[in-house]
Design a protein around this ligand. Structure first.
Ligand code: AOS
Ligand code: ZN
Ligand code: ZN
Length: 386
């Protein structure tokens, strides 16, 4: 078992990126249940994100979404974040909510639509220049609903053309993270449906193009940790969009549906030296019925717990059991770590960092929940599309 001191050291350097949109209202196609105190601006989202970092100590980065976080001065927004101990993270493009994108964005059969979509992606890189962000996150809703609707290969050609143009625009220290999703909102084909498609495009583009694994973007039963291990081995794992799913892309709190799967994913990250690399550990969640800030804090804690358990795997004993073809022994080594209650260890890590050992309780005691309800009356609440 890895000595807790090494585990503690690794846990104190972990950084989990929270998404601006998780602080705003969200819902399903059936209903958005608006909540009191929800941010009305990107600045108020950062105020809420600062509470998550204040109580967890490991969430200093906030991903933005354009146009949901559009402001006149992105450098000023970066300063606003910095004044709160935060920095702006990935810039998430949005080529899925404009009426023009009904038949696709960069993959659309209409060249004018493709030009419009590419223009937005290039604008996002301009914003990265202003915010100092390293990563551009690209998720395409592009796809088709019926066989014959469009040509699968031609859409890949259009995608490659747009990705190449974006890649050529990137600065030296910037990356593009291509996210795949097996279905939704398109139902017959999705133009970036799986890790293989994303990997193939990123391989052609070059080292600044990497793959994002959204844990909710796989068919039921997919072995996600295998994908993680392979992409990490190939130097193409740009990051995660962490969330939980029961049936589809449910965007629930990460670790809430299958903590064992999250542990297996984090074990492959640890085993592949991914903790200390450039892998971005982002959340991509929506808290439709639960209070948002505590749900995000819980998600951060779940990632920490999975990471701590992964770090506790006795790698020497595991390697020895594997080399000896000791199937049950090797499995037992992994399960020993997964079955270890790491909450006391994490409480120690937090106390040694000057934090409350229980971030959720600390948040509830802080009074922030009531304060934002009192302060944020009136005005247009932030949410998907707002
Ligand atoms: C959509 O399903 C993808 O997970 C996206 O990463 C994300 O939800 C969207 O880009 C919002 O920023
Ligand atoms: Zn995602
Ligand atoms: Zn998603």
């Amino acid at each position: 078992m890895t000595a807790p001191s090494a585990v503690k050291a690794a846990l104190t350097t972990q950084s989990i990126e929270t998404p601006s949109w998780a602080y705003g209202n969200s819902g399903t196609r059936f209903k958005v249940f608006a909540q009191q105190g929800v941010p009305r601006s990107p600045q108020e989202k950062l105020d809420d994100a600062a509470q998550v970092h204040r109580h967890t100590g490991v969430a200093p980065v906030v991903a933005l979404h354009i146009p949901w976080d559009r402001v006149d001065d992105y450098a000023a927004l970066a300063d606003y974040a910095k004044e709160r101990g935060l920095r702006l993270g990935a810039i998430n493009s949005n080529v899925f909510q404009d009426d023009d994108y009904k038949l696709g964005s960069v993959c659309s059969p209409d060249p004018a639509v493709r030009r419009k979509a590419l223009g937005h992606l290039l604008e996002c890189v301009d914003i990265m220049d202003a915010t100092g962000s390293r990563d551009l996150k690209l998720w395409f809703a592009d796809g088709t609903n019926y066989p014959g609707q469009d040509d699968i290969r031609s859409r890949q050609d259009r995608l490659a053309e747009a990705l190449t143009a974006v890649y050529e625009r990137l600065g030296e220290d910037q990356r593009m993270l291509l996210e795949y999703k097996f279905f939704e909102p398109a139902f017959y084909t999705t133009d970036v449906p799986d890790w293989g498609t994303a990997y193939a495009h990123c391989l052609k583009l070059g080292p600044k193009a990497q793959v994002v694994v959204d844990t909710g973007h796989h068919a039921p039963g997919t072995n996600i940790e295998f994908i993680v291990a392979l992409l990490l081995r190939e130097g193409k794992l740009g990051g995660f969009d962490f969330n939980s799913r029961f049936y589809a892309d449910d965007d629930l709190m990460v670790g809430a549906a299958d903590p064992f799967q999250l542990f297996r994913i984090m074990y492959e990250v640890v085993r592949g030296e991914g903790l200390s690399s450039e892998v971005a550990f982002m959340l991509d969640q929506c808290h439709n019925i639960e209070p948002k800030i505590p749900a995000i804090i819980r998600s951060v804690m779940n990632v920490q717990e999975a990471t701590a358990k992964a770090l506790l795997v006795d790698r020497d004993a595991l390697a020895a059991a594997q080399a000896a073809c000791d199937v049950l022994g090797a499995n037992a080594v992994l399960m020993d770590a997964f079955n270890t209650d790491v909450r006391p260890l994490l409480a120690d890590v937090r106390e040694e960092a000057g934090l409350d050992p229980d971030p959720i309780a600390a948040y509830h005691r802080s009074g922030w929940a009531q304060r934002i309800i009192d302060d944020r009356k009136g005005g247009q609440q932030a949410g998907w599309g707002a």
